[in-house]
Design a protein around this ligand. Structure first.
Ligand SMILES: NC(=O)c1ccc[n+]([C@@H]2O[C@H](COP(=O)([O-])OP(=O)(O)OC[C@H]3O[C@@H](n4cnc5c(N)ncnc54)[C@H](O)[C@@H]3O)[C@@H](O)[C@H]2O)c1
Length: 317
């Protein structure tokens, strides 16, 4: 029997149906990821240290469920999926990481700041079961670095969900050198159960997605800042000339310009390359609070809330 077959036959190679899973961070991504898991019938505990995020979480989840149902035109995306109200009832909210003690898989979705992620991972390592997998939704921090904050680097993996998570079919899965084959297999099987396929890549700052996307967004922002074209024209060029469903600046607005700037800084720190420095136009928008769709304005103006986005945009962040 080969390694892979042995792993497949290992009972621990699955996160069982209905197992408790955890999400840390009730932001844009955390809520979407929690929705994916609950729709597949898993009870989910979502934690956040911001009482405001916890208070608004249920309403944002409800809105996400409604929007996804609308855009899927009533189709079920996962076998054994839950209905809207059942999905909502499977998600509970907590201010304490200790409530993740029984989770078999925890997805870290806190802001793109290595120090914040380090403190969350250290605490998770203390409170969670020894066999629990820690998956990070980081955009750019090398997964090996995140694993080093725990005593279980073999059970730390990157699961880079795109935004909006419930509507995307694939997850960029990042295997660090110390991530075990069993962890990879358990994660892949779990993602398949929630209706996502894993695109597995090796560990590097920004992986594949954001090493490429963040540079493109930063250059597009610089083009606007230098007056070569306005944001609408830049985006239309990508849509009408290249056939992209969404231009780089609308994509950046959807991600959140603060998250884009944080990601570029993480890339610059880990690569030492100045080409990842956020350009002045991007830095200016972040400094004035025009951070994209979640603020109602960024490179573009928005009348509709964050969750009313159409399916089929490029892989977002
Ligand atoms: N926004 C995107 O399109 C996108 C896509 C893919 C990956 N990501 C990545 O996902 C992660 C989350 O991004 P987001 O856009 O959801 O950010 P966000 O700012 O919307 O949400 C982050 C949440 O983390 C919470 N948080 C911060 N510190 C915490 C702590 N110590 N303990 C518990 N909660 C804490 C905040 O209160 C906030 O609610 C980041 O690493 C980001 O780079 C974002």
């Amino acid at each position: 029997m080969g390694d892979q077959e042995e792993i497949r036959q290992d009972a621990r190679a699955t996160v069982p149906d209905g197992a408790l899973v955890g999400v840390v961070g009730a932001g844009v991504m955390g809520i979407g990821v929690a929705q994916c898991f609950a729709e597949a019938g898993h009870p989910v505990v979502v934690t956040d240290n911001d009482p405001g995020a916890l208070a608004s979480g249920p309403a944002r989840l409800r809105a996400g469920i409604r929007t996804a149902a609308l855009l899927r035109r009533g189709d079920r995306r996962t076998a054994g999926g839950a209905t809207g109200s059942r999905t909502e009832s499977l998600v509970t909210w907590s201010a304490s990481l200790a409530d993740l003690a029984d989770a078999l898989l925890v997805v870290e979705c806190v802001r793109e700041d290595e120090d914040v992620k380090a403190s969350v991972l250290r605490e998770l390592d203390r409170v969670c079961r020894a066999e629990a997998i820690f998956a990070s939704n980081t955009s750019c921090v090398p997964v090996a670095r995140l694993g080093s904050f725990t005593g279980r680097p073999d059970r730390v993996i990157g699961t880079h969900f795109m935004n909006p998570a419930p509507l995307k079919e694939a997850v960029e899965v990042v295997r660090a050198p110390r991530t075990s084959a069993l962890t990879l297999e358990r994660t892949r099987a779990f993602l398949a159960r929630v209706g996502k396929h894993a695109l597995v890549v090796r560990d590097a700052p920004g992986f594949v997605t954001n090493r490429v996307l963040m540079l493109m967004v930063n250059e597009a922002a610089a083009v606007v800042g230098e007056g070569t074209a306005d944001a609408e024209t830049v985006d239309r060029i990508f849509q009408d000339c290249f056939g992209h469903p969404m231009g780089p600046l609308r994509t950046a607005d959807l991600i959140g310009l603060d998250t884009v700037a944080d990601s570029l800084e993480v890339l610059r720190r880990h690569t030492g390359e100045d080409r990842f420095r956020p350009c002045p136009q991007l830095a200016r928008l972040v400094a004035e609070g025009s951070v994209g769709r979640k603020a109602g304005r960024g490179f573009h103006e928005y009348a509709t809330p964050q969750h009313l986005v159409t399916r089929g945009g490029p892989g977002h962040d």
